[in-house]
Design a protein around this ligand. Structure first.
Ligand SMILES: NC(=O)c1ccc[n+]([C@@H]2O[C@H](COP(=O)([O-])OP(=O)(O)OC[C@H]3O[C@@H](n4cnc5c(N)ncnc54)[C@H](O)[C@@H]3O)[C@@H](O)[C@H]2O)c1
Length: 296
């Protein structure tokens, strides 16, 4: 229980990025947690702060449509809970929970946590937001395997209710319970996951998206028809090709290549020539203006 107290009242240190991930620390700050956003340069942090402010404005506009002055007060209150830093080793000294959302690269994550492990207080819990790496592999650079777990959020974070909470073989029950409590305190719905590739959502979603590409490669359907079929026939909000463009083709390729390397005999993890070709051409989806579809 002591651990839980710390989590709900004190700081979270996040390594959040620009892009669309900004909203996660916004959610934490708006639930009364004190958040320090850490990145590699002041420039990136300035852009992130701007992104946080505009994301908050959007939320406030909806939430306080009748009373704009309450909306402004809400924005100011949340912003007061967020500070920024480029010096993780000093920030971590006053932090109860570190959530990493830095680049999806095992070595980079291990280096970061290895260094933080030496600077952080005993009780501090470390968590990674990794989508595809093993939590145990990341944790292996630290001496706090019992205080290390996974917290996997979903974009767009203010909208998506789910958080996958990952219990690695070394994660203590106390740490796992603290991470579940923390997710609930953010207003999210946590599910328990084992430390296996893709946890639950991506383990099902990534092979499904790749299978749609293979179906198309084999000439069984146009991408437009496959997308319409899954939306109208299975009730999915997006078709698999639309989803691939939204997630990013490079990200999807990175995930499948990593799993294929670990488990080369699993046909679900087989690389796709068409996906590889589009990535090689720089067609990465929405973020580059073209993937399977052209985006304005
Ligand atoms: N993009 C998504 O939809 C999504 C969803 C869920 C989880 N994730 C996970 O979140 C993480 C980040 O993904 P992304 O797509 O936002 O990546 P990204 O490359 O867009 O952003 C990474 C950020 O980390 C910063 N950074 C890099 N090294 C750092 C360091 N040593 N210390 C502090 N900051 C550092 C970079 O400057 C950048 O701002 C990955 O682990 C990914 O698997 C991503």
């Amino acid at each position: 229980p002591k651990l839980l107290e710390h989590l709900t009242v004190l700081k979270i240190l996040t390594f959040f990025c620009l892009q669309n991930m900004i909203s996660r620390e916004t959610v934490a700050a708006s639930t009364g947690h004190s958040v320090v956003l850490v990145d590699t340069s002041e420039d990136i942090l300035k852009k992130s702060a701007k992104g946080i402010e505009s994301s908050l404005k959007r939320v406030a506009k909806k939430k306080f449509a009748e009373k704009p002055e309450d909306g402004e007060a809400f924005i100011q209150k949340v912003l007061k809970n967020i500070s920024t830093s480029t010096d993780p080793a000093s920030v971590v000294q006053g932090t109860d929970l570190v959530v990493d959302a830095i680049v999806e690269n095992l070595k980079v994550k291990q280096d970061l946590f290895g260094a933080l492990d030496k600077a952080a207080p005993e009780h501090t819990i470390f968590a990674s937001n990794t989508s595809s790496l093993s939590i145990a592999d990341i944790a292996s650079s630290t001496a706090r395997l019992d205080r290390f777990g996974g917290l996997h959020f979903f974009n767009p974070v203010p909208m998506m209710k789910l958080v996958e909470v990952i219990k690695a073989p070394g994660t203590s029950q106390q740490t796992f319970d603290a991470l579940l409590e923390f997710s609930k305190a953010l207003g999210k719905h946590p599910v328990s996951c084992k430390d296996t590739p893709g946890f639950i959502v991506n383990r099902l979603l990534v092979p499904y998206m790749l299978e749609a590409v293979r179906l198309h490669e084999r000439g069984h359907g146009s991408k437009e028809d496959i997308d319409v079929a899954m939306k109208l026939g299975a009730g999915y909000p997006m078709g698999p090709f639309e989803l691939l463009d939204y997630v990013g083709l490079d990200t999807s390729k990175f995930i499948i290549d990593g799993w294929h390397e670990k488990d080369p005999d699993n046909p679900l993890f087989a690389p796709s020539p068409l996906l590889n070709k589009l990535v090689a051409e720089g067609k990465l989806g929405k973020k580059t203006g073209e993937g399977f579809y052209k985006h304005k």
